[in-house]
Design a protein around this ligand. Structure first.
Ligand code: PNS
Length: 162
């Protein structure tokens, strides 16, 4: 596989995401981590620019990975990138249920563009960005939930937001 895309919201990137990105990078010649810029969803906890910067920092040891943001349909972005494959992580059967229609529509609209699913490593199965955001408000982020760099950014953000 040549060009892969690993899309998501990454608000913020977790250790589970990072593990998946590292594994996806081994499967592809080049992997673009693509952060969805969704104007309709509002600002989020971190801005898209902050999410991209954190992802760049935590993936800096991966020479074949770059980070970008995109808006609109993933299938259109994948076409611009001339991607061979989309890679997504699944933590559970529920995740797969949600992912399947997206993968099928992307395959249809993307003229055969496939999605590959990687099963989340067991130690990260319960971790999500939304859980991290909630725990952060109570200063209860656990070990192995987010990279250290991200935890510092979360603490700084909470200080600023008050
Ligand atoms: O990290 P997330 O929030 O689970 O990522 C979801 C994402 C960004 C991969 C998905 O919402 C997406 O691809 N959005 C772009 C719009 C799009 O193409 N939607 C699919 C319609 S079938």
């Amino acid at each position: 596989m040549k060009q892969g895309i690993f899309p998501g919201s990454f608000d913020p990137v977790t250790c589970g995401h990072l593990d998946l990105i590292e594994r996806a990078a081994k499967l592809t010649e080049h992997l673009t981590v693509a952060v969805l810029y969704n104007a309709a969803k509002g600002g989020g906890f971190f801005t898209v620019e902050e999410r991209v910067a954190m992802l760049e920092e935590v993936t800096s040891h991966l020479p074949n990975v770059n980070v970008e943001c995109f808006s609109g349909l993933l299938v259109d972005y994948a076409q611009i990138k001339q991607a061979d494959v989309i890679i997504r992580g699944v933590r559970s059967a529920k995740d797969l249920e949600n992912e399947m229609p997206m993968a099928q529509i992307n395959k249809q609209l993307g003229k055969g563009l496939d999605t590959i699913f990687l099963i989340t490593a067991p130690q990260y199965a319960a971790i999500s960005s939304s859980a991290v955001r909630e725990l952060a408000l109570f200063n209860r982020i656990g070990e192995q939930m987010v990279p250290n760099f991200v935890e510092i950014q979360i603490q700084n953000k909470i200080k600023i937001k008050g």
